[in-house]
Design a binder for this molecule. Structure first.
Ligand SMILES: [Ca+2]
Ligand SMILES: [Ca+2]
Length: 475
């Protein structure tokens, strides 16, 4: 019996220690929090201290790591040129074996011929994949929602319905289906399609990134939806919504979240008019909408779009607004929104409004009655979850593109100078460590299976307590 108990304890510990990060935010509600223990709180990419492996990417990487089925997926560009037969500027999703960083396969996508209006040069794939039941879903730089086999052709099977791949080598992608948002729903992505998919039951939800053209005045596709739901199995459209119509301020780069709000599964999406909208996930029925801008604000000086991802936590949606990093710094607004309300809930649903934040493109992290929000000016704000009152702010001294993440009782955050800071989770500011990754960290650190994955502009680092990297083993 004692042995049996010991075995059960071992099994439970193993179950706790083994945890994937299969999508942006880790779970559909997108809260940047993990209970994983034992991850490094300091490391050194020069000496290799607490570094398990490192893999070379392209020259710019914006597709945050996702980890599932023993594979790490990231989005980058083609400047790493892993296959000389696929040359030139392309968006690329690369797959690495989680255990040792071995390169498994890549999916490459040529740039759209329409150029920077729809597909910004060298920006690569900016979507973070959703990994579920052996399938990865992501958005390409060509505005396609793509479903691929996580194992590629390493399983010696061409999975379908899509079986017309021209390249079927071990390093090529096994496509399952593709949904072209520009063809199928008329989306005109402004500069880049970037949505990170999220799912509920048999549906995949993505933002179309529909926006203005290069004039920054015209909206070529005012009737295209802002958000769509696609059937996971067939890759066909199930529902769409275009509440934003012709009021898009610029682009639409916020990614949807899914969560249970008082018994109703909602998909929540921030759209190009600066409003956040909640939908019944299965039907697309609009339940509520909330304006994140003061009525007197004026685009682009004081009125913002929303690029951050909404976080759904205990029936409340938390989000900050901001602008394209190219627009620089400016005033921002963060909110707690009561998602049980219906209709225009700009007044009735506003639990709190925090206006000491600057423009933000970062997603919130919530735990133990505290919420962490970062802004593009480089400040990390720790607020009371219920009241929005600040406990402290920390100045990163560089722009922040990624999001804070709470792992166990630590907060991790990267910045444009390439620094990753580790702080104590709590009401008192305490910096534990800071380490430089060698180039800008636009990504959010990702905990999975006892490792911490940190991506900089051109490399993916797998950090593990006690490991030492030998420099000859760069993948
Ligand atoms: Ca396959
Ligand atoms: Ca296939």
């Amino acid at each position: 019996m004692k042995q049996l108990l010991a075995l059960i304890v071992v099994v439970l510990l193993t179950a706790v220690a083994s945890a994937d990060w299969p999508m942006w935010g880790g779970t559909p509600s997108r809260n940047m929090v993990s209970s994983m223990k034992g991850l490094p709180t300091e490391w050194d990419v020069k000496s290799g201290k607490n570094v398990k492996w490192v893999a070379e990417l392209g020259s710019q990487s914006y597709g945050n790591p996702s980890v599932g089925d023993g594979v790490v997926l990231i989005g980058t560009n083609n400047e790493g040129l892993r296959d000389p037969k696929q040359p030139g500027d392309r968006g690329v999703v690369m797959a690495f074996r989680e255990a040792d960083g071995e390169f498994l396969w890549q999916a490459t996508f040529e740039k759209l011929s329409s150029g920077r209006a729809n597909d910004w040069p060298y920006q690569g794939v900016a979507s973070s994949a959703l990994i579920e039941n052996g399938i990865a879903y992501f958005t390409s730089n060509r505005g396609q929602v793509v479903a691929v086999d996580v194992q590629g052709f390493h399983d010696n099977e061409n999975d379908g319905p899509f079986k017309d791949e021209k390249l079927t080598g071990p390093h090529d992608p096994d496509v399952i289906w593709m949904f072209d948002m520009m063809e199928e729903v008329g989306s005109f992505p402004h500069n880049m399609s970037n949505s990170s998919p999220v799912s509920f039951q048999n549906l995949i939800f993505v933002s179309t990134s529909n926006g203005q053209d290069e004039s920054h005045v015209n909206i070529p596709s005012p009737r295209a939806p802002a958000i769509i739901a696609i059937d996971k199995t067939t890759g066909k459209l199930v529902w769409e919504d275009n509440s934003v119509e012709d009021r898009i301020l610029h682009g639409q780069w916020s990614t949807p979240a899914v969560g249970d709000v008082a018994g109703v599964m909602q998909v929540v999406h921030a759209q190009g008019d600066g409003w956040v909208r909640g939908y019944e996930a299965l039907t697309g029925k609009k339940l509520w909408e909330f304006d994140t801008n003061p009525k007197a604000s004026v685009w682009p000086k004081t009125r913002n779009e929303v690029i951050a991802t909404p976080v759904i936590y205990e029936n409340v949606v938390y989000i900050a607004n901001g602008q394209d990093p190219e627009h620089g710094e400016g005033v921002g607004h963060a909110y707690a929104i009561d998602a049980t309300k219906r209709g225009d809930i700009t007044e009735s649903g506003r639990i709190w409004h925090y206006d000491k934040i600057r423009r933000s493109i970062s997603t919130a992290a919530i735990k133990d009655g505290l919420i962490y929000l970062a802004d593009f000016s480089g400040f990390l704000h720790c607020l009371d979850l219920k009241t929005g009152k600040p406990y402290w702010t920390h100045d990163m001294l560089a722009a922040v593109w990624g999001s804070p993440i709470i792992i166990d009782d630590k907060v991790y955050l990267g910045d444009e100078d390439g620094d990753v800071v580790v702080l104590e989770h709590g009401k008192t500011l305490k910096v534990i460590s800071e380490q430089n990754m060698g180039s800008s960290v636009y990504a959010t650190p990702v905990p999975a299976d006892g490792k911490l994955f940190v991506m900089n502009r051109n490399q993916l680092w797998a950090l593990e307590q006690g490991a030492t990297l030998r420099r000859s083993t760069v993948k």
